[in-house]
Design a protein around this ligand. Sequence first.
Ligand code: FAD
Ligand code: 2HG
Ligand code: ZN
Length: 466
Amino acid sequence: MQIDVLRQSFSGRLYTSATDMEPFLTDWRKKWKGDALAVVQPDTTEDVAAIVRLCHQQGVPVVPQGGNTGLSGGATPDNSKSAILLSLARLKRIRSIDIENNSLVAEAGVILEEIHQAASKVNRLFPLKLASQGSCTIGGNLATNAGGIQVLRYGNTRELCLGVEVVTPEGEIWNGLCELRKNNTGYSLRDLYIGSEGTLGIITAAAIKLFPIPTTTLLGILSVPTPEAALHLLHLSQGNFGAELTAFEIMSDFSVSLVEKNIPDRRLPLTERGDWYVFLEISSLYNEEQVRAAFEQLLERGMEAELIRDGLICQNMSQFTKMWAIREDIAEAQVIEGKSIKHDISVPLSKIAACIDAVTQQVEQRYPALRQVVYGHIGDGNLHYNFCPAASEYAADFMQLEAEINRQVHDIVDQCAGSISAEHGLGVLRRDEAARYKSATEIKLMSAIKKALDPHSMMNPGKVLR
Ligand code: FAD
Ligand code: 2HG
Ligand code: ZN
């Protein structure tokens, strides 16, 4: 492709030097490194369409990228230097907010945290909450169907989306920015693009749902003896609080200790350490006094039933924010610690304790030098089941175990009728493994969709499907 022709086809930025392109060509974990003909940062949907049309005419693949916080290698091109990396970072407008309809239309490059702020200014909540919210974009959230810590109450990104605007692989613009909550007029194209990881088209804008801001939000930090006890506590909490239970996260003591070791000013405030902790959040339209009293009653019942060993409810917003940071910093603390072998699994809640037992037995017995870093969204049956080497120094050959450990963990997950990617997507990391666990029929249907929408495989080739 002639770079001069590309430059003339749109307004916005274009980078071709290795130094300028470097930040776009490596992922957040620095696990993948690729190359590209150029990095383009268009300013408008029309610009995106013009670039994609040109790439279509010239047979140049396009790799879309938002905040580049993805954990499956989906936003990194391969190293053949044959693709254009299309960064949506400059599509940054919040186009409209309809307060009465509880909806907002944002362009793909708007940072998730900016959406939170825009919603809050009109006294509304956008409840997608991820540790990467200061960098990830709403386009990336939709493309990966991101989850996070409030899926339990509000659903994942798919459930928060009303409509999308998409540039097709031929460079046409589909305005699907419908702001309706009910619309049964044929196939849901919106839902095809959500979670497609840039392999079917480019999401340039989205209409999303807003919610009332709760009057009271309280966070309990609880030490629990086992994951099984955590699950009983989940059911007890749901029985007491119903939809007011907005987050229910678990983390092992070792996960917390990595944060305390690697991130300044982080300390779990419990007097006695346990093996597992639950972060339990209640959000309510009732006043704080009432909610706190009901929360304390729940904790008393939990202690009586020996589901909770120790615990506290955060006293104020400052403690609330500081405590959530412990949970949110686990991924970062792991990166600082060194390399890790990651899993993002989900199983039915009824099988989660057995799944943890089976993986612990199998992996710990075979690889005693590994440490489990287990944490995640247990309320959704979703665990980040990660491993790092026991030695404080990085063990040089540790990552060579990745494929065999993946296989062992994922075989157990499969036997539990679970999923090998609950929220991070397939990208390149899980593409081939997914093909092993999905039926031939499912892969055939997925391939047929890809072929129908992107017949020349120009959109993020090699991701999701081989
Ligand atoms: P990118 O990383 O840029 O891209 C991700 C994928 O989407 C790629 O395949 C890319 O090609 C495609 N894509 C991006 N934008 C578009 C677009 N506009 N149109 C079409 N395709 C596009 N994820 C969770 O689900 N839950 C979590 O709790 C969570 N926590 C995280 C914590 C940390 C510290 C980090 C670093 C990541 C975390 N993630 C989590 C993963 C990541 O933040 C999410 O996947 C996020 O949705 C990615 O958004 P992004 O804008 O960074 O997308
Ligand atoms: C989280 O829940 C993220 O913190 C990251 O999904 C998980 O890094 C991980 O393994
Ligand atoms: Zn997660």
